[in-house]
Design a protein around this ligand. Sequence first.
Ligand code: HMG
Length: 388
Amino acid sequence: MQVGIDQIGLFTPDKYVDMVDLANARKQDPNKFLVGIGQREMSVADITQDAVSMGINATLKFIDKIDKNKVGLLIFGTESSIDQSKSASLFVKTALKLKPEVRTFEVKEACFGLTAALMMARDFVRVHPEQTAIVIGSDIARYGVNTAGEVTQGAGSVAMLIKADPSILALNNGHSAYSEDINDFWRPNYSRTALVDGKYSTQVYLDFFKKTYTDYKKQKGLKTSDFDAITYHLPFTKMGMKANNIAIEGQDQATMIKLERSFAAAKQLSSRVGNIYTASLYMSLLSLLENGELPAGSLIGLFSYGSGAMAEFYSGKLVEGYEKQIDPTADQAMLDRRKKLTVKQYEDVFNTALLDPEDGLELTSDDEVGTWYFAGTKDHIRQYRVKE
Ligand code: HMG
């Protein structure tokens, strides 16, 4: 029995900053951001979009197409948690009207969170093939105004339905995992913005890629030329490009061209949305499916990296007819509908969202893309509402 990704939905809030504007404001050469980092735009979440509301909005992309009664597991991966105890997934479960018998919880290991959720969901469906699982990754990447990491911020969520006989990607057995207890990136409980040893983090990312990719190929008896595409966690697209360059180094011309083309397709969405931590790898996968024109049966490698640090390489095969489940025009329209902020507007929106609204204050949302939004707290309980 094959198990894998049957549905996939992306949500990003309706505001963005152009990287040329940001570079000019920070007195940097725009090519540093456009080419050196590889980002064109960056989505910005205002105070009414948090991990929960974005996760609901991503899942809404496919919820009407699935049998909700079959969903036996709902896992929410995030490092932008809204509560130290209660899982974000319980708010989502209520919004989506899933049955009370669903097993549901939140997981965390930096950007690896959604891969952890996906692997648990795959194993759950293998044991309960008549049931399905929803996994959600949802995050707001925040380093702070005028920091080195600022250009690598972003906001968004990816939700996926995991099921037997999937319609998009059948996951292959096996994986290669690697972890070390290090301090490349972290966010203490007292801080709304991440702390990072930026240059070190990029070295560790590449080091963990080499380890897991080499080990995976050895385990499975695969060569680089066997892959039709490799997708990467993309904190910024140049990071993935560096890993892809390692993968294709010394390969024949045809393999190099194939994997360069597929990477170019896979980075499109990230270059306009920015880092969405847990969901970033899966936004790359979606971007590849939307822009890559790959035939069914194509072998796709997936490299997941979460700071702290934990990495995993695994693979899947594209299923016949997968294109019917993908709607590139809808995602393009969502990005095109976003409002461009000036750098001053972005700074105000960003700094406001770092603060908790006064308890009892009802927030209204001007987000034109999201259906659900965070409406403030009442008696210190978070309120989520549907836009009128
Ligand atoms: P920086 O100091 O601003 O940048 O920090 P730089 O000076 O190293 O320049 C960046 C690149 O731009 C360089 O290219 C320059 O040469 C180039 P490279 O050597 O890397 O190939 N450059 C130019 N190119 C063209 N024209 C120009 C020009 N000027 C310079 N005029 C850094 C960059 C990424 C370190 C910073 O933004 C940062 O700290 N970001 C956050 C950390 C991060 O994203 N790390 C990635 C790996 S860790 C990870 O992926 C996990 C994460 O997602 C969190 C999680 O797991 O939860 C972050």
